[in-house]
Write a protein that binds this ligand. Structure first.
Ligand SMILES: [Zn+2]
Length: 232
C-alpha cells in the first residue's frame, strides 16, 4: 500500500526544478488529500539568454511562473527565499530558513534534489539538497537549534522520510500515469524556460524519462527517487 503523507514539503533551487523532479507525485498526493508546500531557494535570476532581460525582471517573471505551476498542482503555499541563482551557499541563513519551513509546515515527507548525483548537475541543486537534508536532521528536530523559532511559536519537527529526485541510484518509484498531464501542464507554465515548441521538445524528453521509470513499477509512467527514512 502506498503511504500518502498528510503534508509534503518540496525544497528546490530554481523555478521549474520541482516540476521536472516530482510534480506528478505531488499532484497524485494532493488528489488523495495531501497538503503540499513549496520552498524555492533562489529567484532564478540567471536563467535566460534573452539580452533584453535584466536579472530583476527575470526573477519577477519566474516567480509568477512558479506561482502558476503551484496553482496547477494544487499546492497550498509557495515560499520564495530569494537567494541569487548560481549563488546558493551552505550557510546558516539558508539552513535556518529551511528549518523554519519544516517547523511551520510539519511535513511527514520532504522532497528535494539529490546532493549526491555524479556528473553534470547544477551546484545549486546539490546545495539545496544537502542543506535540506541537514535541516531535516538534526536541525529541525532539536529544540535548542535556532531557539528563536520556539519563541515565535514554532515547535521542533521530525520529518519521517526524504525523497531525492535526480539520484543516480533511485530505489523508490511513484506511478504518475494519471497525473502526468498535470505535471506537463505545470512544467509548461515556466514559459520563459521552455524554448520553441515545448510540447514536442521538453515534454517528449520528460515523457521518455517517465516511461523508463515506469518499467520499474510495470506502469506506463512513473517518477523516480532515492528514499531515505529518517530515524525517529
Ligand atoms: Zn535548476
Amino acid at each position: 500500500m502506498e503511504q500518502v503523507p498528510a503534508r509534503v514539503l518540496v525544497v528546490f533551487a530554481h523555478p521549474d526544478d520541482a516540476e521536472f523532479g516530482c510534480a506528478g507525485t505531488v499532484a497524485r498526493w494532493v488528489a488523495q488529500g495531501a497538503e503540499a508546500f513549496y520552498v524555492m531557494c533562489t529567484n532564478g535570476d540567471k536563467g535566460s539568454e534573452d539580452p533584453a532581460l535584466t536579472s530583476p525582471e527575470l526573477a519577477r517573471i519566474r516567480e509568477t511562473e512558479q506561482r502558476e505551476a503551484c496553482r496547477i498542482l494544487g499546492a497550498k503555499e509557495l515560499v520564495c527565499l530569494g537567494f541569487p541563482d548560481g549563488g546558493l551557499e551552505d550557510t546558516h541563513d539558508l539552513r535556518r530558513e529551511l528549518v523554519r519551513c519544516i517547523r511551520q509546515f510539519q511535513p511527514e515527507t520532504l522532497i528535494t534534489s539529490s546532493p549526491y548525483r555524479d556528473g553534470i548537475w547544477h551546484r545549486d541543486h546539490r546545495t539545496a539538497g544537502r542543506v535540506a537534508l541537514d535541516a531535516v536532521y538534526p536541525y529541525a528536530r532539536d529544540r535548542l537549534i535556532y531557539p528563536e523559532h520556539e519563541r515565535q511559536g514554532l515547535k521542533p519537527w521530525k520529518v519521517g522520510e526524504v525523497l531525492l529526485w535526480g539520484s543516480d541510484e533511485p530505489d523508490h518509484f511513484v506511478d504518475v500515469t494519471e497525473t502526468y498531464s498535470t505535471k506537463v501542464q505545470a512544467l509548461l507554465a515556466h514559459k520563459s524556460q521552455m524554448g520553441e515548441r515545448p510540447e514536442e521538445n521538453v515534454a517528449k524528453w520528460v515523457r521518455q524519462r517517465c516511461e523508463e521509470n515506469g518499467k520499474r513499477l510495470r506502469v506506463p509512467l512513473a517518477e523516480a527517487f532515492k528514499r531515505l527514512e529518517v530515524r525517529r
